[in-house]
Design a protein around this ligand. Structure first.
Ligand code: BGC
Length: 474
C-alpha cells in the first residue's frame, strides 16, 4: 500500500553501508520499517479514540453523578484538550532529552492510568482528573508518534509511513463511534472509556520491541548504536545518512534557540498549518455533527448513521492520501484538499440558506457538503500538517519545535470547540459554514505561497533549505 519513491539523498540505491555487516534484504527492511510505524501508530489510534468516544459517552454520562449540566459536560470534553496542550509541551523536551522510545513508553503508561481512572471514576471530579490525564497522553502521543516515525522511515516512504498516524487517528475516531453505537443499548459509558486500555497496553508492549530513533542516537554521539539500528531499517548507503545527520547537528550553532533567525520561517509554517487545521472547522464536524444533523430535523438514528458515514469517508480518504503523498507530493494534496474543504463548506452553507431545518433533498445536499469537506480534509490538511511538522525542523530542536506546533494545534482546537455552540447561536449554521469556507480560502492562499514541498528529500536536505531563509513554494 505504501508507495515508494526514489531520488532521496540518503537513499541512494546500490550502495551498501561500508561499515558493519551488509544491510538486510529489501523485504525484511520494509517489514522492520512498516512494523515500527504500525506499532507506534497505535498512539494515533488512542488519540482518535479518546477524542471521539466522548460524544457518545456523554449521552449516558449526563444522567450520572446526580446529573450533569451542559457546562459540566463541556468540561468533560474540553479538559482533554487542555491536558493535550500540556502533554505536547512536556513531550518535546522529554523526547529530545531522554529519547523518543522512552517518551512513548511513558506516554503509553499514562494512557493506561488515565483510561482506567475514567472507567472506574467514583466521582465527577475523578472523571475530570482522568480526562486531563488522558489528555496529557494524547498530546504527548500526537507529537512523539510522527516524530519517531519520521526519523525511522527512509525518505522515499516517509510520507506514507508518518501518515499511518493520521490513518490511525481517523480509525480511532470511527472505532469510537462504532463502539459508542454498539454499547448504546447497555448505556455502559465506563466500558466505552475503558476499552482504550487495550490499545494502550499494546502500544506499551509493542514499543518495548522497537529500537531508539537512529537520528536521536547520532545526536547523542551514540553512532555505533545508530548504525546498528539503521542497518535494520535501510537498504542503501547508511554512511551518507549518518554523515548527513552529523553535519546538520554540528553546523547549526544556536539552533537551541527556537526563535533563532534560521528557525523562525519553519516555526511559522508549522504553527500556521496547525492553526489553519483547526480554525477551518474539522472538529466542529467531528464532535458535533450528530447534534447538528439531529437539530436540523434528521432524527437521531439518521444523524448517527450520517456520522458513521462521515467517519468512514475520513478513513477512506486518508488511505488515498497515504497512497499519493510520496507520489504526487505534499503540496498538490494540501492545495487541492484545502480548496475542496472550501467547496464542501459552501455546499453545506447553501443547504442551510433556507433556515436551520433541512428537509428532503436539501438534507442530502447538506450531508453531501459535509462529506466533501471531511474527505478533502482527510486527503490534504489532515495528514499533511502532522507529516510536515515531522519534516521541516532541524534535528537539534525537532522535538521542541514540534511541541510548539502541536500546542498551537491543541490550543486552536480548544478555542474552536469551546466557542462553536456560541458561534452557531450568534451567526446561525449558514453563517458558521460560510466563515469556515472563507477561512479555508485564506489557508489556501497562505499554503500556496509559503508551504514547501518535502517529498522524497532527506530531513537533512529540508533542514538545509529551510534553515537559512524563508521557505519558498516549489
Ligand atoms: C486533527 C484532529 C482531528 C482529526 C480528524 C487530525 O489531523 O489534528 O484534530 O480530529 O484529524 O480526522
Amino acid at each position: 500500500m505504501l508507495v515508494e519513491n526514489t531520488g532521496a539523498r540518503t537513499d541512494r540505491p546500490g550502495g551498501r553501508g561500508s561499515a558493519g555487516p551488509p544491510a538486510t534484504g529489501r523485504g525484511s527492511t520494509r517489514r522492520h520499517v512498516v512494523g515500527a510505524a504500525a506499532i507506534t501508530a497505535l498512539g494515533g489510534l488512542l488519540f482518535g479514540y479518546d477524542t471521539g468516544v466522548v460524544s457518545g459517552a456523554l449521552l449516558f454520562l449526563k444522567n450520572q453523578f446526580g446529573g450533569l449540566s451542559s457546562f459540566q459536560q463541556e468540561l468533560v470534553t474540553s479538559l482533554l484538550l487542555i491536558g493535550a496542550m500540556i502533554g505536547a509541551l512536556g513531550a518535546g523536551r522529554v523526547a529530545d532529552r531522554i529519547g523518543r522510545r522512552p517518551t512513548i513508553l511513558i506516554t503509553a503508561l499514562v494512557f493506561v492510568v488515565g483510561v482506567l481512572l475514567a472507567a472506574f471514576a467514583p466521582t465527577y471530579w475523578t472523571l475530570l482528573i482522568a480526562r486531563i490525564v488522558i489528555g496529557l497522553a494524547v498530546g504527548a502521543a500526537s507529537m512523539t508518534v510522527p516524530l519517531y516515525i519520521g526519523e525511522v522511515a527512509p525518505p522515499r516512504m516517509r510520507g506514507g509511513l508518518v501518515s499511518l498516524n493520521q490513518l490511525a487517528i481517523t480509525g480511532g475516531i470511527l472505532l469510537s463511534y462504532l463502539i459508542d453505537y454498539g454499547l448504546a443499548g447497555t448505556a455502559n459509558w465506563r466500558l466505552m472509556f475503558g476499552l482504550a486500555a487495550i490499545p494502550a497496553a499494546l502500544l506499551f508492549a509493542g514499543i518495548l520491541t522497537q529500537k531508539e530513533s537512529p537520528h536521536w542516537l547520532i545526536r547523542q554521539g551514540r553512532e555505533d548504536e545508530a548504525r546498528a539500528v539503521l542497518r535494520r531499517l535501510r537498504d542503501g548507503d547508511i554512511d551518507a545518512e549518518v554523515a548527513d545527520v552529523k553535519e546538520v547537528t554540528a553546523t547549526r550553532a544556536g539552533g537551541r534557540d527556537l526563535l533563532a533567525r534560521g528557525i523562525r520561517p519553519a516555526l511559522w509554517v508549522g504553527v500556521l498549518l496547525a492553526v489553519f487545521q483547526q480554525v477551518t472547522g474539522i472538529n466542529t464536524i467531528i464532535y458535533y455533527a450528530p447534534s447538528l444533523l439531529a437539530g436540523a430535523g434528521l432524527g437521531n438514528s439518521a444523524a448517527l448513521l450520517a456520522n458513521v458515514v462521515n467517519g468512514a469517508v475520513n478513513v477512506g480518504m486518508t488511505i488515498v492520501a497515504i497512497r499519493l503523498l510520496d507520489r504526487t507530493g505534499r503540496r498538490p494534496l494540501l492545495l487541492a484538499g484545502t480548496a475542496g474543504m472550501a467547496v464542501g463548506m459552501i455546499i453545506t452553507a447553501v443547504a442551510f440558506l433556507g433556515g436551520a431545518q433541512l428537509h428532503g433533498w436539501v438534507a442530502f445536499l447538506g450531508i453531501a457538503g459535509l462529506l466533501v469537506y471531511t474527505g478533502s480534509f482527510a486527503v490534504g490538511l489532515g495528514p499533511v500538517f502532522w507529516l510536515m511538522i515531522a519534516e521541516i525542523y532541524p534535528l537539534r530542536i525537532r522535538g521542541q519545535a514540534m511541541s510548539v506546533a502541536t500546542i498551537a494545534n491543541w490550543g486552536a482546537n480548544f478555542v474552536v470547540t469551546i466557542s462553536f455552540l456560541t458561534l452557531l447561536n450568534a451567526v446561525t449554521p449558514k453563517g458558521a459554514f460560510f466563515l469556515f469556507a472563507f477561512l479555508s480560502l485564506v489557508a489556501l492562499a497562505y499554503f500556496a505561497k509559503r508551504v514547501p514541498e518535502t517529498k522524497g528529500r532527506s530531513l537533512q536536505e529540508i533542514e538545509r533549505e529551510l534553515g537559512g531563509r524563508a521557505p519558498t513554494a516549489r
